[in-house]
Ligand binder design. Structure first.
Ligand SMILES: Nc1ncnc2c1ncn2[C@@H]1O[C@H](COP(=O)(O)O)[C@@H](OP(=O)(O)O)[C@H]1O
Ligand SMILES: [Mg+2]
Length: 249
């Protein structure tokens, strides 16, 4: 049987290929319609494949009805079939992703972030350390369409640069690639936005937490998980101290 890390990566890659084909087939249609089609085809694909490969497991998907059987299940796949939906709908953009994570007995145990337009899938099966950084100033990955004011204040406090891009997965993986030093988000998000990125980032030795430094906890009854930090371990204390300072005002 395919192991969980490999399955997550295979599914993220295959759903990503499907999304690339879907985007080509529907080139030129109304972006709103393209977003809906993308969300749906990737969701349907992942649900069908997980039902085949892991029929006993529960699934929490951004695009599916929430089946509360997951709350007593030992294993739950947490998936965002298309993260960075807005960017997917804009011709030529490559900052969108497919997220597939597995939660088991209280923690994330496997995950993959597919970045189809770049032909790359990041996986918890790999544990190579994150790529190096250039040092000062710190670079913070931030939403291009709705940067939280909190992160702008943090960048001011730290003397950091903001690097704008779409998708939570793409932002977290930019830390892994050494393109940024930290991804800090606050003000709203759901478990599917961060589960796979956090599983992959932590497998590669990056720091992952809530903005108050506490552990990110998944498979809660309410999947709202509004904030997170993914960063290089050597800057974690600086970033968390900066967050405390911004919160103190
Ligand atoms: N304030 C907020 N409330 C809820 N979800 C948010 C949010 N800010 C960002 N997100 C979600 O986080 C993902 C990355 O967003 P961004 O690129 O703006 O940082 C998006 O997922 P989806 O594309 O799956 O909807 C987006 O919906
Ligand atoms: Mg998302």
């Amino acid at each position: 049987m395919t192991d969980d890390h490999t399955l997550a990566a295979e599914l993220a890659t295959a759903a990503g290929d499907l999304l690339l084909r879907t985007r080509d087939q529907h080139a030129g249609i109304d972006p709103k319609e393209l977003k809906d089609i993308g969300d749906q085809v990737a969701h349907d694909f992942l649900m069908a494949e997980l039902a085949k490969a892991r029929p006993q497991d529960a699934v929490l998907s951004e695009e599916g009805a929430d089946d509360h059987a997951r709350l007593t299940a030992a294993r739950v796949w947490i998936v965002d079939p298309l993260d960075g939906t807005r960017e997917f709908s804009e011709a030529g953009r490559d900052d969108w992703a497919v997220h597939v994570a597995l939660w088991q007995d209280g923690q994330l145990v496997a995950g993959a972030v597919g970045r189809p337009a770049k032909d790359v899938t990041y996986s918890s099966a790999d544990n190579a350390p994150a790529a190096g950084t250039t040092g000062a100033p710190l670079r913070l990955a931030v939403s291009r369409s709705r940067p939280p004011e909190f992160v702008t204040l943090l960048a001011d406090h730290l003397g950091a640069e903001l690097v704008e891009m779409g998708s939570a997965g793409v932002k977290a993986m930019s830390v892994l690639e050494g393109q940024t030093d930290a991804y800090v988000h606050a003000g709203g998000q759901y478990e599917w936005d961060s589960a796979a990125p956090v599983a992959v980032a932590s497998a590669h030795g990056l720091h992952t937490s809530r903005i108050d430094g506490s552990r990110l906890v998944y498979n809660n009854e309410n999947p709202y998980l509004p904030d997170l930090v993914v960063c290089r371990p050597e800057v974690a204390e600086t970033v968390l101290e900066g967050i405390r300072a911004v919160n103190r005002g």
